[in-house]
Design a binder for this molecule. Structure first.
Ligand SMILES: C[S@@+](CC[C@H](N)C(=O)[O-])C[C@H]1O[C@@H](n2cnc3c(N)ncnc32)[C@H](O)[C@@H]1O
Length: 432
């Protein structure tokens, strides 16, 4: 069972904050030196070559190899900046684990099964999924299962290794595609990569929970002269500060990334996210498998969602780059467009609908039946409410899936529903 969480919503469009965390210990590294190094680096760069795109700013702030936010910090811990669903309750990961197994079954029970997670954070989601795989051993039989994690942060990969293997891993030399490998607590081979293209080909189920919102976006604004890109520049009145400016002339991005029929005044586009989802779609079409993308987002309707978080509060995105989380809502209509015609996309549907379809109510009842400690019972009910209450995470988070086209051949008419095939008796399993 997880430790008690007390959660607070700071404002309607923000990540979730936490005061106590779920499990693994946390030592957050917050280096003012590294912050000033990214800030200084950006100021020198802009002085030398002019304003940079918001995407370049976001990439430097989040994943600069020396001082980026994700590279240096454990942002999900007690001293962190936000809380995610897998950290709130084990039920979340368990239900996603059942979805993975049911997709593998529906796809014809391939002899090999790669579980791939993009941006696994502290490893909690994968850990809960692997527990489900152990419990469903009789269903999975002799299938050759392996685990593949795409993680840019060496710091977080250490947490993941600890959580999933008890640190039974070996770091690999320098620039090898697999930078860490080992064996999970449940005896499965596990590998860490920096890039999706380094994962071996084969039947794969891909999971991306709060991953796409961290991928850099470009921002555009409609002007009298046409679409122009919003850039980051040095503040002329205060040369130590950064500010947003609108480019005088079109940039390459503003020329190619705006749809002809766009009718919003401000638009955010995440081309890197588009390329990633294209890679997943190509693999699913050619090798079989499925992807589940879970995030806060919209269907091509929102305008200005780029925001920052630091110490549980909203934070000015242009202050202290590298010290604060930067994020933007995921445009699911754009992701859908980028998957092409060789796969089927379902959703997005709300977290509430997905978890209800997956049987969260029965699962909660089983856990409550087996639990007699009043505080743990209260915690179970509280985290269930956090996950599915429409006023909390229930409607804010969306589930979007990409499937091999053959997958739905026998299930025509389910286009709006990402519910899985039932895995009989799952809710009755004892999985504490
Ligand atoms: C917001 S956290 C979400 C963590 C976890 N999925 C969860 O929901 O608790 C984003 C994760 O994606 C990773 N990440 C961010 N940008 C990445 C990139 N370009 N490539 C690989 N991993 C990345 C971060 O290091 C982190 O593990």
């Amino acid at each position: 069972m997880r430790t008690l969480l007390r959660l607070k919503r700071v404002m309607p469009e923000v990540r979730w904050t936490m005061w106590q965390n779920r499990s693994c210990s946390n030592s957050s590294i917050r280096s003012l030196e590294s912050n000033s190094s990214i800030h200084k680096h950006l100021i020198s760069k802009i002085t030398a070559t002019g304003p940079i795109s918001v995407a370049e700013y976001m990439r430097e702030a989040l994943t600069n190899p020396v001082a980026g936010y994700y590279v240096q910090n454990d942002m999900l811990g007690a001293g962190g900046d936000f809380i995610t669903s897998p950290e709130i309750s084990q039920i979340f990961g368990e239900l996603l684990g059942v979805w993975c197994v049911s997709e593998w079954m529906a796809a014809g029970k391939s002899n090999t099964f790669q579980l791939v997670e993009l941006g696994p954070g502290r490893g909690s989601l994968a850990s809960d999924i692997l527990r489900v795989f152990s419990q469903l051993k009789t269903v999975l039989g002799e299938t050759d299962i392996s685990v593949h994690l795409v993680e840019v942060s060496p710091k977080l990969s250490q947490f993941q290794a600890e959580c999933l293997t008890g640190d039974n891993t070996q770091p690999n030399d320098g620039d090898q595609p697999v930078y860490r490998s080992g064996t999970t607590h449940t005896g499965l081979p596990i590998y860490w990569y920096r890039r999706i293209e380094d994962i071996p080909r084969g039947f794969s189920v891909f999971l991306a929970h709060e991953f796409f919102d961290a991928i850099p976006i470009h921002k555009f604004q409609r002007t009298e002269k046409g679409w122009r890109e919003v850039m980051v520049d040095i503040d002329a009145e205060s040369p130590e500060k950064l500010r947003f400016v609108v480019s005088h002339s079109p940039t390459l991005a503003s020329s190619i990334l705006i749809q002809k029929d766009e009718n919003r005044q401000h638009v955010e586009v995440c081309p890197e996210g588009g390329v990633i989802v294209q890679k997943l779609a190509n693999r699913i079409a050619e090798d079989g498998g499925a992807a589940l993308i879970v995030d806060y987002g919209h269907d091509g309707t929102k305008t200005d969602t780029f925001r920052g978080f630091k110490g549980h509060q909203l934070h000015n995105v242009l202050e202290a780059p590298g010290m604060a989380d930067l994020t933007a809502d995921v445009d699911f209509s754009y992701l859908r467009k980028m998957t092409g015609n060789e796969v089927t996309c379902l959703g997005p549907i709300t977290q509430r609908s997905f978890l209800k379809n997956m049987g969260i109510d029965s699962r909660l009842q089983v856990l409550l039946r087996n639990c007699h400690d009043p505080s743990t019972r209260a915690q179970l009910i509280h985290s269930y409410d956090m996950l599915i209450n429409p006023e909390k995470m229930g409607h804010r988070f969306q589930f979007f899936s990409v499937l091999n086209r053959g997958r739905l051949a026998q299930y025509r008419g389910m286009q709006k529903n990402t519910a899985p095939l039932p895995v009989a008796g799952f809710a009755e399993l004892d999985m504490h």
